[in-house]
Design a protein around this ligand. Structure first.
Ligand code: FAD
Ligand code: MEZ
Length: 567
């Protein structure tokens, strides 16, 4: 514990020995962290839940060195399951360490110096280095390897997937073989115009056009690698049914990541996990490699080209609150790895940044767990009501508009209401039930009582809504999509929601070949980028379903462009 001014190096250890406890709200209940400290190290961390949150588990002792500091928040990367890398676990451990008086910054630098002493150096020679094993990175890797390049993937987390793993609603694509089969009329032009309108025309139209034009073949490519998306629904801001998802309404992200990883493994692409890229190597103006820090090694990856696929910075409050101070204190839907490292590395190598202040909130996030309630629930027919039990907006507008509508309600929250029929058709909902964030009742009145709204008002709201669905006319708010099914099949469900930080639209400037552009408007030789690390596609507001389209389309383009460049 560094209590007074003075240098940390003068101290042996750094803790006051003892057992310290911290708590945080999460998983519908309370998370407790018990941290045992000796003078110079953390001996153990145990994270448990109460009756509501039972089964959180214990973090293994051998993983303790992995208590890292990200943005001055301890991030327990020992916990690799998506459910428990929740902010609640992180906050509980942080609060225990803080009650021990531990200086989190000092702990970070202490760990850094410990690592530096222990680490050996290794140089890896290859053709193409891809930083970030999320959706864009793995798509690019598969594409480039299929064309014969030697490829390595460098991933700072202990698992692949990034934010892609959390994607739920689906992937937008127009004029697809799937839409044709289902008799859905749509066009590339409408896709472009919806995206430009949703992004307040701030988007780079050339990039948007490429995404829309190549989205149909991207759906076929996914099919060819074992990841068909055979169902199509509505997302906010889309004129037509365009968001493609797995059978049964399962979350799209985990499904795609599984398929990507299988292909990566089959193609023999090495994945360096727990390996954080720290710097791009630039020689004679061209990018030729990456420096990275692994658990016990310092790597120099040397090649002919680099693709940055490091995602956005939606988990980095320090950065997003700098651009959007109003978002300080918001929960985030993002994984802890979304800290914007690639943007910083690219900028250091001369890249131009675009739309960096454009940050999106998702309107329906359960606040104690940061679990996002997919837009597909509204696309499938759910409504939003305020604490009086009344609808207050067209739920299918773009997410910036719906987020604002929720924030403008008394106490700035809303309930999303749906029925058994909707649950039956959208298996993504089961995760919400498993996490105890769903209130359920056999009647609407019973549901109203549980969420403490006037039963007569909620019943009238549902009756009016079901009439609007039957007449295909929402006189109150002019909703036109997501009205295929009424809400009449018991049991009825409600989840309390409010907005959370969700997507960072800005990033590294690229051209339509996914080449990175410098501040003088010229291509940086050897450097490509794809996915949320880039800016330009989504402009001032991303349409739901467009990020997965972006990562698959531009992941493939980046892979192919790198192949051409390397050859
Ligand atoms: P990521 O998938 O985030 O991958 C980036 C990877 O880079 C990560 O694994 C990260 O750990 C790694 N990395 C970062 N820095 C370094 C470094 N220094 N060294 C090595 N590795 C590094 N979009 C849709 O279109 N449809 C949806 O249904 C949808 N649902 C979503 C639901 C949630 C809860 C969230 C958070 C997002 C959702 N999105 C959705 C958005 C979409 O998932 C993301 O924008 C997209 O998946 C980003 O993909 P990516 O490959 O660019 O980045
Ligand atoms: O694109 C998204 O972020 C999206 C569709 C999220 C969701 O609501 O499922």
């Amino acid at each position: 514990k560094e209590t007074e001014a003075g240098s940390q190096e003068n101290k042996e250890g750094g803790f006051t020995p003892g057992t310290y406890e911290g708590t945080a709200k999460g998983f519908g209940g309370e998370i407790k962290a018990k941290v045992v400290l000796s003078a110079d190290k953390i001996e153990s961390i145990e994270v448990t839940g109460d009756s509501e949150t039972d089964g959180i588990g214990t973090i293994a002792l051998e993983n303790l060195p992995e208590v890292m500091m990200e943005n001055q928040t301890p991030y327990v990367d020992a916990v690799s399951s998506a459910t428990v890398t929740s902010n609640a676990v992180i906050q509980a451990v942080a609060s225990a360490l803080e009650s021990a008086g531990a200086d989190l910054d000092a702990l970070k630098s202490k760990k850094g110096s410990e690592n530096a002493v222990a680490k050996t150096e290794e140089t890896v020679d290859t053709d193409l280095i891809i930083v970030g094993a999320g959706g864009a990175g793995m798509t690019a890797a598969i594409t480039a390897r299929q064309e014969g390049l030697e490829v390595v993937l460098v991933e700072k987390m202990p698992m692949v997937g990034g934010n892609t793993l959390k994607a739920t609603g689906g992937m937008n694509a127009a004029e697809t073989s799937v839409q044709k089969k289902l008799g859905i009329e749509d066009s590339v032009e409408t896709f472009v115009e919806d995206t430009m309108k949703g992004g307040y025309e701030k988007n780079n139209r050339e990039l948007v056009t490429v995404m829309a034009e190549k989205s149909g073949e991207a759906i076929d490519w996914l099919d060819s690698i074992g990841a068909p998306l055979p169902e199509v629904s509505f997302s906010g801001g889309a004129t037509n049914k365009r968001i493609h998802r797995p059978e049964g309404g399962a979350g799209v992200g985990a499904y795609l990541v599984n398929a990507f990883k299988e292909n990566v493994d089959q193609l023999g692409i090495p994945v360096y996990l727990d390996t954080k890229a720290t710097e791009l190597i630039v020689e004679n103006g061209a990018v030729t490699g990456v420096k990275a820090e692994g658990k016990d090694k310092l790597y120099t990856f040397r090649g002919k080209a680099v693709i940055l696929a490091t995602g956005g910075f939606g988990a980095n409050e320090e950065i997003y609150a700098k651009y959007r101070p109003d978002l300080k204190g918001y929960v985030t839907t993002n994984t802890p790895g979304a800290t914007g490292d690639g943007i910083v590395m690219a900028e250091t190598a001369g890249a131009n940044l675009v739309d960096i202040d454009q940050i999106q909130t998702h309107p329906t996030v359960e606040q104690s767990t940061s679990i996002m309630i997919t837009e597909s629930v509204r696309g499938g027919g759910a409504i939003l009501v305020n604490k009086s039990g009344k609808r207050f907006t067209n739920e299918m507008q773009t997410r910036d508009v719906v987020s604002k509508a929720i924030v403008d309600q008394e106490d700035s929250y809303s309930y999303i209401i749906f029925d058994q029929n909707l649950r039956d058709n959208l298996s993504a909902i089961e995760k919400y039930v498993e996490n105890n964030i769903v209130v359920q009742a056999d009647t609407i009145e019973g549901l109203a009582e549980q969420i403490q709204v006037d039963p007569a008002v909620l019943s009238q709201t549902l009756e009016d809504w079901n009439t609007a669905v039957a007449n295909k006319k929402d006189g109150e708010f002019n909703r036109e999509t997501g009205m295929d099914a009424d809400l009449t099949k018991a049991p009825y469900y409600a989840i309390k929601v409010a907005p959370g930080v969700h997507h960072t639209m800005g990033g590294v400037e690229i051209n339509t070949s996914a080449q990175v552009i410098n501040t003088e408007g010229k291509v940086i030789p050897g450097l490509f980028a794809a996915g949320e690390v880039t800016g330009g596609v989504h402009g001032g507001n991303r349409i739901g379903g467009n990020a997965v389209a972006d990562i698959v389309v531009f992941g493939r383009i980046a892979g192919n462009s790198a192949v051409e460049y390397c050859k």
